[in-house]
Each structure stands twice: as structure tokens, then as C-alpha cells.
Design a protein around this ligand. Structure first.
Ligand SMILES: [Zn+2]
Length: 327
């Protein structure tokens, strides 16, 4: 039975909205929906350029709706965490009264048999609005706009930026060999897998030799030395994007283990200031004491209780070939 782990990568950032989308978002906080004139047409949501010709549009905004007509729809029976509603709903093209183009949004109709092309819908607004498309929580059947809970009023200032909370969640299989590496780390053992064909030793990976396409089971496990030499390093200067927890520059080092061809990448140095990190430093493994949390997310936790590598006081190795060892 393969074990899976769930990972989430997030890329939260802010983007500037510009004069047209900024006005659209500001109006949403006022429970109004704006379009932009393009000749005889009214585009909703408003755009800065004519989508057919690319010509810049004059800032001629016009209020539309609040009610509109469903032009097409599809039912979402099992919403995911990233959908706008937590219950089954329809995605629909809603052409708001006075608009030429339809707006894609959610309709909270309860059941698919309540959805029809041509049905009339009106906005359900959030009580607290920040200038985002989901200030308009969804549309509901009928002509009358609704507001959820207490109305906190419009934004105090024009909306010029928005938070963009991009993220992706996925599942990865965990090879049995990876679990064994973590298990061994609890006893402060560093283990690898040795290929019987080519003799290469792997300190991590998926449990097979990628050169020979050969599975490497527990019988191929070997103990790895716990001393080595720094061959490469990177100093990361944190940018304070949303969610960044690091505030000071920090290093990640590559360690060539003694008497082997094994290089461990992106290892945290321990008690080695960023300014003192250099190629050739002799280091030893540092293990977490029982109960101590290990911050090894930079290597995906693949070495378990291995905290990092500390200078062990031996003289530097002066070998110009070291720099070529990143794997
Ligand atoms: Zn091999």
C-alpha cells in the first residue's frame, strides 16, 4: 500500500489593478457593477482594451444590473476548496441588464433543475467587501439583490491593488526507502542505497538506481558517514512576500560525504554564520534531540531528524574540484 503525502505550494502576491479594473473593484464594495462602453457595446467586466482590435478604450464606465439573465450554465455537484461556494452550485454566464457581454459567476440555485437559460438572477453581496470579485458572493434566482449579514459599507479608499492567493495542492507517493531513511534518522543513522550494478550510492530518491533502472530494496542499504566537506552553497536573502517567515539571510550548503560519492544538497549549516560559509569547510552531522522540532522543509524533510551540518574544526580541504560536486 503506497503512502501519499499532501503538499501545498502557495504563491501569494499583490497586483495593481489599473484605472478600469480598480474602478470595477471599488464599485463592488459599493454593491454596484460597472461595465465600460465600447462603441454601442458595454463590456462587463470592464476591460482597458477592445478585445477585438486591441484599441485602448476611453474610461467611460457605466453601471449595469443589478439583475441579469443566465445565458449558459454548468452544474458543479462537488465543489472543491477553491470554488466560490461550499455547496453544489452553477457556474453561469450572466448578462447583466444594460451589458452586452456576460459575466462568468456562480449561481446559488440549490439544484440543477432550478437552472434554466433565460432565468433571471440578482447579486448576493457579502456584508464585508474588500474590492474583489467575490465581494459579489454569487447570484441568486430572482430580481432582488441580497446582502449577507450586516453591511459593513463601501471601501474607505479607492481599491488599487488586490491580493492574489494562487496555490496548488497535490499528493506525492512516498517510497518505502524514504520512510526507512526517516526511521533510521531517529537513531541518528544516515543511510543510503547502493546499486549492485554500477556501485553508485543514493542518499535519497525513489528507491531505484536511475542509471540502471534497478529497484534498490532494504538489502541494498548502507550506512553513510556523518562527516563531509562543503562543496557548494547558496545564500538566500529573504524577500518579504506574504507568508515569508525568514527575515535574515541564510545559507544552504552541499556536503560531499567522506569516502563516498554522495552529495547531500541544500543542507542547513549549523553555527556557521552566512559570512563564513565557503567551499572546503569540514562539517559533521547534527541530529535533533528527542522532542526537538526539525525545520528541514528545504529538503522536504527527507533526512528526518537530521538538523544540518556543523563545522567540526578540521582544517579546510583545498581542492578546486570540490566546486564541481553538486550531485
Ligand atoms: Zn546503478
Amino acid at each position: 500500500m503506497t503512502r501519499f503525502v499532501e503538499n501545498t505550494i502557495t504563491f501569494p502576491y499583490q497586483r495593481s489593478l489599473g484605472p478600469v479594473v480598480g474602478a470595477f473593484m471599488t464599485a463592488l464594495t459599493e454593491r454596484r457593477i460597472l461595465g465600460i462602453r465600447n462603441g454601442d457595446a458595454v463590456l462587463v467586466p470592464p476591460m482597458e482594451w477592445d478585445p477585438a482590435t486591441g484599441a485602448e478604450l476611453a474610461l467611460d464606465l457605466v453601471e449595469v444590473g443589478p439583475a441579469g439573465t443566465v445565458e449558459a450554465w454548468t452544474w458543479v455537484p462537488e465543489p472543491s476548496a477553491q470554488h466560490p461556494l461550499d455547496r453544489p452550485f452553477a457556474f453561469a454566464f450572466v448578462r447583466l441588464d444594460g451589458a452586452t457581454t456576460p459575466l462568468l459567476h456562480a449561481v446559488d440555485a440549490g439544484a440543477p433543475d432550478r437552472m434554466t437559460v433565460g432565468m433571471r438572477v440578482a447579486p448576493r453581496w457579502k456584508g464585508t467587501r474588500v474590492g474583489r470579485i467575490d465581494d459579489l458572493a454569487c447570484f441568486v434566482p430572482g430580481e432582488a439583490p441580497e446582502t449577507e449579514g450586516d453591511d459593513a459599507g463601501p471601501a474607505a479608499e479607492p481599491v488599487t491593488r488586490m491580493d492574489y492567493l494562487a496555490s496548488i495542492t497535490y499528493k506525492n507517493p512516498v517510497p518505502a526507502s524514504a520512510d526507512r531513511v526517516v526511521e533510521a534518522s531517529r537513531e541518528h543513522r544516515l543511510i543510503g542505497l547502493e546499486c549492485p550494478t554500477c556501485g553508485r550510492v543514493y542518499a535519497s530518491g525513489n528507491g531505484y538506481c536511475p542509471i540502471d533502472a534497478l529497484p534498490l530494496g532494504p538489502d541494498r542499504e548502507v550506512a553513510l558517514p556523518q562527516t563531509g566537506t562543503i562543496t557548494n552553497f547558496a545564500v538566500v536573502t529573504p524577500v518579504q512576500y506574504p507568508g515569508q517567515t525568514e527575515t535574515e539571510p541564510f545559507a544552504r550548503v552541499f556536503v560531499l560525504l567522506d569516502g563516498t560519492d554522495v552529495v547531500l544538497g541544500y543542507q542547513p549549516p549549523v553555527e556557521l554564520p552566512v559570512d563564513d560559509v565557503h567551499i572546503g569547510v569540514r562539517v559533521s552531522a547534527v541530529w535533533a534531540s528527542p522532542g526537538e522540532a526539525v525545520d528541514n522543509a528545504s529538503v522536504g524533510g527527507q533526512y528526518g531528524r537530521l538538523v544540518g551540518w556543523i563545522p567540526n574544526g578540521e582544517p579546510d580541504i583545498d581542492d578546486p574540484e570540490l566546486v564541481n560536486r553538486i550531485f
